[in-house]
Design a protein around this ligand. Structure first.
Ligand code: DGL
Length: 275
């Protein structure tokens, strides 16, 4: 009886999500859609964006600070929405807490292995994520035979934030980055960075309609639902979940950019200091 009461209390706690900035709102969007009754707390470490060009040590340090902030909010489950943080810091974060923590790499990699027929998979991500070879390692855990080809597409982050997603510049940049992939006979391409789904149309146009794009954020939201169900942690409230947003800086054009990433109006945003 006592156990059941405790579990019911636990179920009502929010889910914590963090990213290096507002890019992770693409992941939050998928979580809102797939888990509409969950209360969600989002933290964007926008003051220290980008993580993708920083060293492993720094990324781990920043990620631990984000995690600690969410733990103080009494979350029941944590999603590391940032690919770079997932690639560099996930095992360290999982060691610190008993609260389940998942990243975006494994769900993206698993979905790609499941869907690729040719076993030739492309990965685009930040420089740091590519360097860790995390996607490659996760893909090989599921299928040793898969051939994995990776490239970092740093400029996509700025293009997505500036809203230059469907114009000639975006197309030119995409051609430059993706040209190599068109010669490699891949049939699946993982969008291994929070910002890249914003450029999905241009990426698909340049890479060709036949190539399946995997949105790691979307796959992570599906995985989150599976884990919460298995752990009996799903919030059973009937009303829509409450969403709260925290950032470490209000960057230029914050509202416009965030609402474009999230695909809806943003409310209840607070600026906070970490550590
Ligand atoms: N959120 C990062 C990622 O998904 C992209 C932006 C950054 O470099 O911080 O890898």
């Amino acid at each position: 009886m006592e156990d059941k009461k405790l579990q019911n209390k636990l179920k009502k706690r929010p889910i914590g999500v963090f990213d290096s900035g507002i890019g992770g709102l693409t992941v939050a969007k998928s979580l809102f859609d797939i888990l509409p009754n969950e209360d969600i707390i989002y933290l964007g470490d926008s003051a220290r964006l980008p993580y993708g060009t920083k060293s492993k040590e720094t990324i781990i340090l920043y990620s631990i600070e984000c995690l600690k902030f969410l733990l103080k909010k009494n979350v029941k489950f944590i999603v590391v929405a940032c690919n770079t943080a997932s690639a560099n810091a996930l095992p360290f974060l999982q060691k610190i807490t008993k609260v389940p923590v998942i990243g975006v790499i494994t769900p993206g990699a698993e979905a790609a292995v499941k869907k690729s027929k040719s076993e030739r998979i492309g990965v685009i991500a930040t420089m740091s994520t590519v360097q860790t070879e995390s996607y490659k390692k996760e893909i090989h855990k599921k299928n040793k035979g898969s051939k994995v080809f990776s490239n970092s597409c740093s400029l996509f982050v700025q293009l997505a934030e500036d809203g230059w997603t469907d114009n000639k510049i975006a197309e030119l940049v995409a051609k430059e980055y993706l040209n190599e992939f068109t010669k490699l006979n891949i049939d699946t391409l993982i969008l291994g960075c929070t910002h890249y789904p914003i450029l999905k149309n241009t990426i698909q146009k340049v890479i060709g309609k036949k190539i399946l794009l995997i949105d790691s954020g979307e796959e992570t939201a599906k995985q989150a639902k599976i884990i919460l169900t298995q752990k009996n942690l799903l919030n059973t409230q009937k009303k829509a979940g409450e969403h709260k947003f925290f950032v470490t800086d209000f960057q230029h054009k914050f509202k416009d950019v965030s609402e474009r990433f999230l695909g809806r109006k943003l409310s209840k945003v607070q600026k906070i200091k970490l550590n």
